[in-house]
Every structure is written in structure tokens, then in C-alpha cells.
Design a protein around this ligand. Structure first.
Ligand code: ZN
Length: 106
């Protein structure tokens, strides 16, 4: 698979994943407000556009990463993506703790 094909897949996936989010909101607008903690990036994200992969629930951003990764053969399953995202998740956690400290100091 060349770069151009990969880019095409990424563009297609962006549209598909964004549409999933919009469909979710259309079906149940409360999903845009309801939050959960993404198993992959560790961020608190709206349920709209999220997908459950076996025991993991991924936010819309991570669904895009996952689906693109599967499509170009970078990951075989959500677990591999989550492993690859470990650093990002740690960073999120650190940022969260830092922000909490800031709030407490103010
Ligand atoms: Zn996520």
C-alpha cells in the first residue's frame, strides 16, 4: 500500500467515523452530553461516536485511529492500539493531575 492509498483510506475513515458520531447524536442527542473515560486516550469524552471493542470503549477520536489502523494494517485489534497509545494516556493523566493542582492552588 502506498502513501496515496493510505491517505485515501484516512480521508474515507474520517468521513465514516464523523458520520457515526452524527448518527449517534441524531438517534439520541443526550449522547453528545453523556461522558465516559476513553480506554484508549484516557480523556473524558462524549459517548456519541464511541464504539465498544470487546472490553474497551473508545472515543470518537480513537475510533478513527483504530479503524484507520486496522484498515492500513497497523493494528490487528483495539488492544494493540491501546498499547501504542500508552504514552499519550500517561500524558493525559499527568496533565489532569497538573490541572487539578492548579485548581487547588488558586
Ligand atoms: Zn479516546
Amino acid at each position: 500500500m502506498n502513501k496515496e492509498e493510505q491517505l485515501k483510506i484516512i480521508e474515507d475513515m474520517q468521513a465514516v467515523v464523523e458520520q457515526m458520531r452524527l448518527d449517534d447524536i441524531e438517534e439520541d442527542p443526550s449522547l453528545a452530553e453523556e461522558m465516559f473515560e476513553c480506554s484508549c486516550c484516557g480523556k473524558t469524552m462524549p459517548l456519541a461516536g464511541s464504539i465498544q471493542y470487546s472490553k474497551y470503549r473508545l472515543c470518537n477520536n480513537c475510533v478513527l485511529l483504530a479503524e484507520t489502523g486496522f484498515a492500513i494494517g497497523k493494528f490487528k485489534n483495539a488492544e494493540e492500539l491501546i498499547k501504542a497509545m500508552e504514552d499519550t494516556r500517561l500524558k493525559e493523566m499527568c496533565d489532569y493531575i497538573k490541572n487539578q493542582e492548579k485548581l487547588e492552588n488558586n
